[in-house]
Design a protein around this ligand. Sequence first.
Ligand code: NAD
Length: 415
Amino acid sequence: MSRIADPALWREGAERIAWARRFMPATTALARELAESGIVRGVRVAVSDVLEPKTANVALVLAEAGAEVAVSCAGRNTDDAVAAALDHAGIPVFAFRAAGAAEDRENVLALLDWRPDVIVDDGSATIRIAHTDRPALVRDLIGATEQTTSGVRPLREMQRRGELGTPVIAANDARTKSLFDNAHGTGQAVVLAVADLLGEPIAGREVAVAGFGRVGSGIARAAAALGARVTVSEVDPVAALQAVFAGYAVEPLADAASHADILISATGIAHTISLEHLERLPEGAAVAVGGGVGQEIALADAASAGTVETERAGAVSTLRLPSGRSIRILDDGNCINVSAAEGNPVQIMDLSFGVQLAAVEHLVRSRGELETAVHILPAAADDRVAAHALASFGGGVDIPSDAQRDFLASWRPRS
Ligand SMILES: NC(=O)c1ccc[n+]([C@@H]2O[C@H](COP(=O)([O-])OP(=O)(O)OC[C@H]3O[C@@H](n4cnc5c(N)ncnc54)[C@H](O)[C@@H]3O)[C@@H](O)[C@H]2O)c1
């Protein structure tokens, strides 16, 4: 049933999946609780996420907990050996590295035609294609859970327009997800991926970061920690002020670009880095994306205006702009830590996947009770993920005393 590149690659993939599992204590503990409760037994769960060793474990632990699981992934984010390992474990996989846009879409449709009860998504493409191409399936879903900011945004917009057809848990918005994955894992992983691809130090360089949300603040922190001078650009004055208070220079992007050695977008908004911004960069500057939507760097506009590629070395492409200046684009403007590196550190993704499992459990337990809307994961579930992770990092928390509880309970409105 699977659509994969080469089933014979399974052994290599299985070894790397098993290695990743060793560093996923929270996901493993939550999966054990899920298995013991029997709550997902027989539930059909479609997992649409980056397909590499860490993410593969989400599919595997759900299957071990008794769910029926199938997986799809965009070609550019697929590790063929990992796909083969999941297929070997009996999980249908619709993903292969060589897939282009049309095959990616066919793979998503194949996943939907497998008729899931729950969709676990990253970027919400699968949830959105279900709404446009398989509306009858959407009506029958228990619900969906979405892992990232740029995936949650369009779902909230669909809800606003009355077009959302199933309850969605915004896994991204759980504290144990965005305070750690977005803010720490992504920042570190993006900056290290940029350094690796360029083969250049970050220290002493001028790094401009567009967007100072969770991801952008993490990128700024990681770049500064490696010795970069960081300038932040924002459209939100509060976020810009936070950047000032964190010690960074803040400038409009056209100004920040004019003295940047490295420019990184962390907004998840298409056209954040326009041709005009590219034209402001110094000769030889490098541009990368840590957010991850299509055309976050407006490369299609640049090409229409006459920009040409003059050299390509691995994932580093040199473009000559209409003005004649040359700049370097890293991995064609794809989400760099995912498409050109190993993603975020496993110990941090452990939290994100723990949240996804908690979200699946919440959807199944609340079957038929949740409004058709985007929901936040209940705080108790968030706390459970944190408690498991905290135990693995070797920490503990205090339990409020009776006196403290009495104090809180004694609050009354003032007359
Ligand atoms: N690479 C990864 O592994 C990874 C991990 C998590 C999230 N993400 C993605 O990163 C992106 C950002 O996520 P987040 O959680 O930080 O979102 P966020 O909403 O917290 O932050 C985005 C920030 O960008 C700012 N912004 C918007 N348009 C801008 C513009 N034109 N110029 C400058 N700033 C602008 C917003 O004001 C906001 O502060 C999303 O697309 C998300 O899906 C990537």
